[in-house]
Each structure stands twice: as C-alpha cells, then as structure tokens.
Design a protein around this ligand. Sequence first.
Ligand code: NDP
Length: 255
Amino acid sequence: MPWLGLGVWQIPPSRTVAAVTEAFRIGYRHVDTAAIYGNEREVGMAVRESGLSREEIFVTTKVPSGVLRHTRKAFEESLERLGLEYVDLYLIHYPGAGRAAAWDTLVDLQKEGRAKAIGVSNYTVRHLKELMAASKTVPAVNQVEFSPFLYQRELLEFCRSKGIQLEAYSPLARGLKLRDRTLTAVAAKQRRTAAQVMLRWAVQRECVVIPKSARPERMEENASLFEFSLTEDEMRRLDSLDEGFRTCWDPSDEP
Ligand code: NDP
C-alpha cells in the first residue's frame, strides 16, 4: 500500500477525472474514494484512462454505514461505478449497526479476490476488539482522523501491535492548523511548508496519508514529503501539539 494517496472527498465529480489524472502525472499511485463521495465513476474513469497498468494503482473505496446490512449489493454497485474488476482495499466506512455481518461479507469478497485487502474506518480500540473477538480475519487497515493535533497514540499502538496499518484521514486537519506557531517554526527550519511537515510527521509515525487537494501545485507540494525527514526533537515538538482536535465526527460514542 503506498504511503501517500490522493483523498477525493469533496472533489466534485466534474473535477475528479482531471484531479486524479493530474495526481497520476505527479506520481501518485493511490486514490481514496467512497460510495458517499459521489465520484467513484470518475475515479474509475481516470484509472482506466491513465495508461498505467491496473496493478500499479491502489484504489480504496468504502461501504456506507447506512447500508451495512446490504454490503454485498453496495460493493457490487461501487465496483460497477468504478468500472474495475477489483478494488485494492474495501473499508467499512463507519462502525454502524450491522457491522459484524458486514465484516463477514468483506471477508468473503476478499476470498473471491474482488477486494484485495479489507479493513475498517473510524474504528476505536473498542470496535477493533469487538471485531477481532468475532472474526479470525484481522482488518488490514484502520482509516481514522489523525494529525499532530489529534495524535491518537493508544489507537496507533494498538493497531501496530495487531498488525493493522493506520491510515490518516484529514492529515492536514483540513488546512485549519497550518499557521500554528510550532508547526511553522519546524517548517521554517526544514525549509518546507507546514503542510509537508504535517504529512511527514504522520508518515514517520508509520501512518499512510491521504491528503485531499484538487490543485496540482498543492498535490505536488504534498507529494514532496519523501524528500526530507524530521529529527527526533522535531517529532517530539510536533507530538506535543495534540489537543484532540477533530474536523470530523468522533466515533467513540458509537455503540
Ligand atoms: P485534509 O486534511 O486532506 O485537508 C484538505 C484541505 O486542505 C482542503 O481544503 C485543501 O484545499 C487543503 N490543502 C491541501 N493541500 C494543501 C496544502 N499543501 N497547503 C494548504 N492547504 C492544502 O482533509 P480531508 O478531510 O479532505 O481528508 C483527506 C481525505 O481523507 C479525504 O479526501 C477522504 O479521502 C479521506 N477522509 C475519510 C474520512 C472517513 O470517514 N474515512 C473522513 C474524512 C476524510 P484545496 O483542495 O483547495 O487544495
């Protein structure tokens, strides 16, 4: 699974083919979509028209929590919209009602080879323990909100101990923290942007990142995270920014 992917939530369908095509040109090989983003069709189109072989590209999509009881149907519809033979990663978008049976369906889809890997999203330690008590198949990935401002250490440690890859969504905290003083000081020292430092921090904490941008110059900026590294001291300073800051929902209260 590539460490960097393009998140396409809130990229309107009319701009998705161009955005994903541009990302491939820059070197991205991983796209994160979902049924509820309304742009699977366009993601699939960009993949098919990219000139790249299917094996080179990693495509993730997700089953919406509202239709967990109809997961197989939701999967068929996603695959149909994508126009692909398989997805690289299929996730339960949110730990809603019916998630245990939905997980069993994902296990079947993986056995059938139509989802190369399966995982979950917005699962807390409690949700993961519940899943693992009921199923022998451990999720390959847990996609959760994660940034220096929401450093979910306990969840990260738990996932690491079980061999679950943590994937950071909203890794830029949607751009809302880019002026933070500590962050901009580290960025100035590194001669990098605050966005690059946030992404680099997550990757050095062993998280996959999927920043969203529809702007080519920002996609390129975000992809430069592999050209530098943060020192231990800088990592610790960034760790200290944790303030439980969420841009999305908090799944802790989900029964
Ligand atoms: P991000 O943290 O990726 O931030 C995106 C915002 O930051 C956009 O407004 C973008 O603007 C801006 N931005 C991007 N790059 C830069 C940059 N270099 N400098 C300044 N601003 C920048 O937030 P998202 O919430 O979009 O999360 C990313 C992806 O994670 C989503 O697209 C989706 O795929 C996934 N996700 C999954 C969720 C889940 O429940 N599983 C929930 C939320 C997100 P612009 O586009 O104008 O450049």
